[in-house]
Structures are given as structure tokens and as C-alpha cells.
Design a protein around this ligand. Structure first.
Ligand code: GLN
Length: 304
């Protein structure tokens, strides 16, 4: 077994030395306030052993990483019916790209771009009794941590400036691919994206995707077939128009968010989360991607 703590230490020291730490997202004004010198990593192995370094216990806005958790909840509620409303192909475009949605008659390319995640939000609003409270409870149950919460300021900030998400929801509605009101669906979506978690909590929350659908508390949430599908979607669509680059450099299924977080995993082996708020041009954490590439190179552990 590799010396994980020593490997994380090396990666951390390399990250501290990096000159170009990327650019913090500013289109959601609340996110622009975050200091880009933050850097943390947390690894949890399939046996539940934890390794962490840097700011791995400091909470941040998980943003699009939440799309995987929302998808897993929707799959557990309505199963295969999801795929009548959303496709499973990589988009090769930015997360908020709108044109494909119109050309493809309101069927989003996949559930991990914004339009697809908005349809998933619609499914959760339809199928949960108290959507925001029930989804929060799901994330807390997965993690075994009741301190996790939405950041209302971040949700409000995005509500005020999320013009492209409103455009996307309107297009979806015009194609009859939203059943609830645009305001209700986006209110849920903005809250879901505003969840604040640290790298340690993220690795715990994603443990079920490396453990055949069973969370760290040993409760079965989704079937192993559903896990296989979610991991396939993370590998092919988790990094928008940089999914190929992530598979090429890192070689793990994973998901990024514009808050600078990334979670990646090797089924039956480990979950690893990184946080570095500066993004590259494609909207993925610059140092997070480099750190994960270094991790799979040093440990020789990837799916390929
Ligand atoms: N809430 C953000 C948005 O909808 C999430 C984007 C992301 O993290 N890539 O734009």
C-alpha cells in the first residue's frame, strides 16, 4: 500500500510553490470573496482510513459537485424514468452552454451540465415532500454529519445573477421538460449548489460511489448498477469540455465545482477530494486537477 500521507505532503508542497493558482469564479459574486491560497486534500480508503492535508477541514461552496448527489437521490426515487428526459452524452461545451439545448429539443446532454441538473432538480421538487430539507437530510445521512448546511447568502447571490440558468430553465419549460414552476426549481437548484462542505465531508459523502451504493454508515442507498452509471457519467461528463483532459491526466471518475472543489474516486479503493478555489479557463480547479494527476501518477492507481 502506498504511503498516502507522504504522497499528500509532496503534492501539498508542490501546490504551495505554484505561481499560477488560476482565477476565482466571480460570476456568482459571493464566490469572488474566497482567498485562492486555500488548498486542501482528503483521502478516504475503502476501509474507511482517512488522510488529510492543508485546508481539508475548511468548508467551501460545493456548487456543481452537488449535481452528483442530486442525481443519485433522483435515481433512487424514479430510476430509469430519468433517461426519458435527459441524455447521457458528454457535451463538449461549457457547463452553462445553451445552444445545444434548443437544437436538441429541450433534452439536456447529461445530468451534470446545468440544464440536466435543472431537470434533476425538477424531479426532486416533484418527488420529495420537503425538497430542500429532505435533500439536506440525504447529504447529512450520507456523510454522518448534521452540521452540513446550505449557505443562504451564496444561494441568494446566484439567484440575483443566475441569468443563464433562468434562460436554461425557460428553454426547458418551453419544451415541456420542467413540471414545476421555474422559480421553485431554481430556488432548489441554487440551494443545492450552495451547500457548504469541506474535503473530508465530501470524501465521506461520495464514499457510496466507491462502495457499491453503501455509505460509510453501511446503509444501501442505490444499486450497484446505478453506481456504475453514475461513475460512467462522472468520467465522461464530470468536467464539461475538459472531461477528456481529466480522464487523460487523472484517469478517475470525478466531479468539479466552480467553488474550486473536485471529488474523484477509484471504485472499491478510495475517494479523494481537493479544494483550491482558483479555476482554469474551463472552470475547473487549476491546482486541484494538477494535484489529482500527481496523485494517480505517484500511486499508480487509476481506472486505466
Ligand atoms: N451553481 C453554478 C451554476 O449553476 C454551478 C456551476 C459549476 O459549479 N460548474 O452556474
Amino acid at each position: 500500500m502506498p504511503d498516502f500521507q507522504a504522497i499528500l505532503e509532496t503534492i501539498y508542497q508542490d501546490a504551495l510553490k505554484a505561481h499560477d493558482k488560476g482565477v476565482v469564479a466571480s460570476y456568482i459574486p459571493e464566490l469572488a470573496k474566497i482567498d485562492k491560497s486555500n488548498f486542501g486534500i482528503c483521502l478516504i480508503t475503502s476501509e474507511g482510513k482517512e488522510y488529510g492535508i492543508g485546508d481539508y477541514k475548511k468548508p467551501f461552496s460545493i456548487q456543481s459537485i452537488s449535481k452528483v448527489l442530486a442525481l443519485s437521490k433522483a435515481m433512487s426515487l424514479i430510476g430509469e424514468a430519468i433517461w426519458e428526459r435527459i441524455d447521457v452524452e458528454p457535451s463538449g461545451n461549457p457547463f452553462n452552454f445553451l445552444s445545444l439545448l434548443e437544437i436538441e429539443n429541450g433534452i439536456p446532454r447529461n445530468p451534470l451540465i446545468n440544464s440536466g441538473a435543472i431537470v434533476i432538480a425538477d424531479i426532486l421538487v416533484s418527488n420529495l415532500n420537503n425538497p430542500k430539507a429532505d435533500f439536506l437530510k440525504y447529504v447529512r445521512d450520507l456523510t454522518g454529519d448534521d452540521t452540513i448546511n446550505y449557505n443562504k447568502e451564496v444561494a441568494k447571490s446566484e439567484k440575483n445573477t443566475g441569468f443563464k440558468n433562468y434562460a436554461s430553465a425557460n428553454l426547458l419549460k418551453s419544451f415541456k421538460n420542467l413540471n414545476n414552476s421555474i422559480d421553485d426549481v431554481l430556488d432548489f437548484y441554487f440551494h443545492q449548489c450552495s451547500l457548504e462542505m469541506n474535503c473530508n465531508q465530501l470524501s465521506k459523502a461520495f464514499y457510496l460511489f466507491a462502495n457499491n451504493g453503501k455509505c460509510l454508515q453501511n446503509k444501501l442507498h442505490i444499486t450497484d448498477r446505478q453506481v456504475k452509471r453514475i461513475n460512467a457519467l462522472m468520467l465522461t461528463c464530470g468536467f464539461y469540455d475538459e472531461a477528456g483532459e481529466f480522464a487523460f491526466e487523472v484517469g478517475l471518475p470525478g466531479k468539479s465545482g466552480v467553488g474550486g472543489g473536485i471529488v474523484a474516486l477509484l471504485p472499491d479503493e478510495f475517494v479523494i477530494s481537493t479544494w483550491s478555489p482558483g479555476l482554469n479557463k474551463k472552470g475547473n480547479s487549476k491546482l486541484g486537477m494538477l494535484a489529482l494527476a500527481e496523485f494517480t501518477t505517484m500511486t499508480k492507481q487509476s481506472i486505466f
